[in-house]
Design a binder for this molecule. Structure first.
Ligand code: CU
Length: 134
């Protein structure tokens, strides 16, 4: 009796694992773009226009896929900062959720050349991607 219960439980766990893997591959595909990852999420983004120009407004278009076990995020913030100078932008971007894990941030502007980092936050998770802008 004890053996049989173990077998049933193993089977149930195998089914859960199979459906999670299936969902990750089929339901959530990231569009082409630069990639950032954290423990629970993967993200791709592109700038609009591409390439962006110093001193000119641009938008970030990004998409998020949860890894197995993580929830689909309702809000994902986007920001940029210069790690070497320890300052951010002089503007606060406006974030819009477009549905299906897609987001758009408008009103970004990098005011000086050098190494910047785009930082996306989902709850307590931080996803960052470094770029050099001349
Ligand atoms: Cu700077």
């Amino acid at each position: 009796m004890e053996k049989r219960r173990d077998a049933v439980r193993r089977h149930a766990l195998a089914l859960i694992a199979a459906s999670a893997a299936c969902g990750a591959a089929g339901a959530c595909e990231l569009p082409a773009g630069a990639r950032a990852e954290s423990a629970a999420y993967a993200l791709t983004y592109r700038t609009n226009p591409e390439p962006l120009k110093i001193g000119e407004h641009f938008a970030l278009e990004y998409a998020v896929c949860p890894r197995a076990g993580a929830a689909v995020p309702a809000v994902v913030s986007a920001d940029a900062w210069m790690p070497d100078h320890r300052h951010g932008m002089n503007y606060t971007p406006a974030i819009r959720a477009l549905g299906n894990g897609r987001f758009r941030a408008d009103g970004l502007l990098l005011h000086m050349p050098g190494r910047w980092e785009f930082v996306f936050r989902i709850g307590g998770e931080r996803l960052a991607h470094s770029v050099r802008v001349e």
